[in-house]
Write a protein that binds this ligand. Structure first.
Ligand code: KG4
Ligand code: ZN
Length: 334
């Protein structure tokens, strides 16, 4: 089954053709990072206009890349939420139009289900599993007992981990997006700054605003005293706290839920220290570990095509009334 997948929830216009939920026949990702960089973050109105300009070009390109025609496509999968409403609408209207004109089934996909199923493009998911979803908008631990069944066991009470990376990078005058900048810098530094381990309790919830504020206060205090920050050491100290808390809570979940597989998903899953720490923890506990290649960690349509296949097998379909949702719960499947 060939699924044409469309993702436009934030600042990437992306389309993919995915076969049977696991094989990428062609992916196009048009990133707007260079446009938003000068504002230090994504500007929603600019993002939606940019999607409008790109969407038909991306469609033509993905068909060419996969050497296919629309007739070779069996269904259309699209991200309906969560995300920026204006951005989501562009991909959604494209998907509905193609589904209507060519009479193809339309499959609604939750963006986070997409991030999770990016792992199915690497290895077939083994159940039961725990998924750690870490992105610019999400920090969640999800238990899956079978395909397309999602139970959230914990999540962030305030900032998402990627958001925290981006804000800390901004106060340190690093380039946007902050995650890759801090990741790179941390490798050159030492853990010398005293920072708190956030929400170090027995729950599966996370909180990153305290850690973010601690870094911001530290930078301001040092500035006022006329002291220079050692950026690589601060990046290393900050990242170590993030790695420690993510690893600690994830390992607790792996043991308690007695799972076979840990998968990591979302833009922050591109982080080298987080990947290494979780991989080592899995080795120690005899649990298989999967993380997508970097290309499939940040937003892309391949993951939506992979998730769309399993949604389709579960009987999930949408009609032309499907609407975009800026906020929606992964557990409330359409
Ligand atoms: O999944 P994603 O592309 O968009 C959302 O759905 O949010 O994630 C983007 C986030 C940004 O906050 C970015 O700073 C972070 O992923 N990120 C990283 C790394 N690469 C991207 N964070 C830490 N280390 C990285 N190497
Ligand atoms: Zn995402």
């Amino acid at each position: 089954m060939n699924i044409l997948a469309i993702e436009s929830s934030c600042d990437e216009t992306s389309m993919s053709i995915i076969k049977d939920g696991h094989t990428d026949l062609g992916t196009v990702i048009l990133s707007q990072i260079d446009i938003h960089k000068m504002y230090g973050g994504v500007v929603p109105e600019i993002a939606s206009r940019s999607h409008v300009e790109s969407i038909t070009i991306v469609l033509e390109e993905v068909l060419t890349k996969a050497s296919m025609k629309i007739d070779d496509i069996d269904a259309i999968a699209v991200t309906y939420g969560p995300g920026l409403i204006g951005s989501l609408l562009v991909g959604l209207i494209a998907a509905k139009t193609i589904a209507y004109i060519y009479n193809k089934p339309l499959i609604p996909v939750h963006h986070i289900a997409g991030h999770i199923y990016a792992n199915n493009l690497v290895n077939r998911l083994e159940f039961p599993l725990i998924a750690l979803v870490i992105s610019g908008g999400h920090t969640e631990l999800i238990y899956m007992k079978e395909d397309y069944s999602f139970e959230k066991i914990g999540g962030t009470l305030d900032d998402a981990v990627g958001e925290c990376y981006d804000k800390v990078a901004r106060v340190m005058d690093l380039s946007y997006p902050g995650g890759p900048s801090i990741d790179k810098l941390a490798k050159q530094g030492n853990d010398t700054y005293k920072l708190p381990l956030p929400l170090n309790d027995s729950s599966y919830d996370f909180s990153f605003s305290g850690l973010k504020s601690a870094v911001i206060n530290l930078v301001h205090n040092e500035e006022q005293r006329g002291n220079k920050i050692k950026k690589e050491d601060l990046a290393c100290s900050f990242q170590n706290r993030v790695v420690d808390i993510l690893t600690k809570k994830t390992v607790k979940a792996l043991k308690e839920y007695d799972v076979k597989n840990l998968i990591v998903a979302g833009g922050v899953a591109a982080n080298s220290a987080i990947r290494n720490s979780l991989e080592n923890a899995c080795k120690q506990h005899g649990i298989s570990f999967t993380v997508p290649p970097i290309l499939y960690c940040t937003d892309n349509a391949a993951m939506i095509g992979a998730a769309g296949y399993f949604a389709y097998k579960k009987g999930i379909r949408a009609d032309l009334n499907l609407n975009a949702q800026a906020n929606c719960n992964l557990e409330d499947l359409l």
